[in-house]
Design a protein around this ligand. Sequence first.
Ligand SMILES: Cc1cc2nc3c(=O)[nH]c(=O)nc-3n(C[C@H](O)[C@H](O)[C@H](O)COP(=O)(O)OP(=O)(O)OC[C@H]3O[C@@H](n4cnc5c(N)ncnc54)[C@H](O)[C@@H]3O)c2cc1C
Length: 486
Amino acid sequence: MALSSVPSKAPDVLVIGGGNAALVAALTAREAGATVMLLESAPPQWRGGNTMHTRNLRCMHEAPQDVLTEAYPEDEYWQDLLKVTGGLTDETLARIAIRESSHCRDWMRSHGVRFQSSLSGTLHLSRTNAFFLGGGKALVNAYYRSAAALGVDIRYNCRVVGLDIEDGRFRGARVEHTEVQADGSHRVLRTETLGARACVVAAGGFESNLDWLREAWGPVADNFLIRGTRYNMGVVLKQLLAAGADQIGDPTQCHAVAIDARAPKFDGGICTRVDCVSLGVVVNREARRFYDEGEDFWPKRYAIWGRLVAQQPEQIGYSIIDAKARGRFMPPVFPGVKADTLAELADKLGLDAATLEKTIADYNAACVPGRFDHAILDDCHTRDLSPPKTHWALPIDTPPFLGYALRPGITFTYLGVRVNDKAQVRFSDRPSGNLFAAGEVMAGNVLGKGYLAGIGMTIGTAFGRIAGREAARSLGFTGERDGIAA
Ligand SMILES: Cc1cc2nc3c(=O)[nH]c(=O)nc-3n(C[C@H](O)[C@H](O)[C@H](O)COP(=O)(O)OP(=O)(O)OC[C@H]3O[C@@H](n4cnc5c(N)ncnc54)[C@H](O)[C@@H]3O)c2cc1C
């Protein structure tokens, strides 16, 4: 990117962030007729935040629709959300997101996003989730292409480090123009303050900020891996809260899954997830089980295992399966550690062999024979075992045995700012006239805890649309594609 030393011209709407929520907001505000500048802290090759790792969005529908089977009505979607959040959700905002998901795909298609049916091994989501053809990366590329074609002023390597907010009104953003060095660090080339008449904040959560994670979780956070972008440092979120924006959520609430311990610190993405938990047992560093691996279907339980592993000594777990499980789950990118005996497996994983053998022997002895069916909550369970395994409990007795070391993999954090139904950021319960938020930075309004696969993109798309529309509307732009050459 060429770097001009000329101060940037103030747009009508400044969008902070470069993932799904930011792009959707920028496109919508531009379509309404506003001039829009989008600031992405990442360089072009790393643009798109966590969105580049996504695969699908959860959609309400009353009847089969192109890539979606059967029906997924509003109330079922709402009940699913109510269950996973334990009621920690704002019903008005949640229902807005759910309803928007029933018709946003036509708009997404108009900006180049394409959909496909779900693939096998993808958490059985064909009824509820529309998959992006080419994944989140293709979606991000399509939106950037469309934004550029519509005249959105896209700036990469632009990190917002400060916000000027007075009485809840946005006045300007302090921006560092950076350059990535050969060692991956960023050098600041210059800073400037950018003004705009309205602003949409869509700069994600704080999951990539290791110091902040440590502050929230304590030293255990040092063993967390971050599944997505390294750029979601929570700088803008911190600035908003410091300026008096109302906070939503708790800093320890997040989406966290169990991922392969060999995954990189950042950006391991989807292929590092380990999906064989319900087919075997999981033990901790002491080679002892600690939770019911067969409690419910994997799509409903995969998002609790990051937290469960985080609660174990040294924040590590080991998923152990035997040959019978092979072919029944999506294989992770790293091959499992393989052995012909449990003692050999223990040795290779660094576990105490005698304890692992006893743990498995006790489990095997407790398995009540039944009819194994991974597609239903079957009757294969344990008896007189603590913790129990309530479904899919088959003895682990057929070599080769496989083991995967697991670490907590943080997907995104839920701490954020409160918004209303127009995506306006609230200050002491009063909506800002020109400051809006979308995506992870406000997802905690809908997700107080827990998760439903695909709802992150639903929230970002719904509130990105609303924030873009309302930011433009606050300046008097109400037209669809006003002022934009066809
Ligand atoms: C591996 C993985 C798989 C996932 N799969 C799915 C899925 O299939 N379906 C689903 O619904 N959800 C999924 N999610 C969650 C989903 O990614 C998020 O809910 C969604 O992408 C959030 O969009 P966003 O725009 O709010 O944030 P992001 O896409 O993370 O974008 C935030 C942007 O802000 C930029 N930024 C941050 N700080 C600054 C700053 N100071 N200045 C300027 N820019 C800044 C970042 O560079 C980034 O571009 C997944 C997440 C991960 C990590």
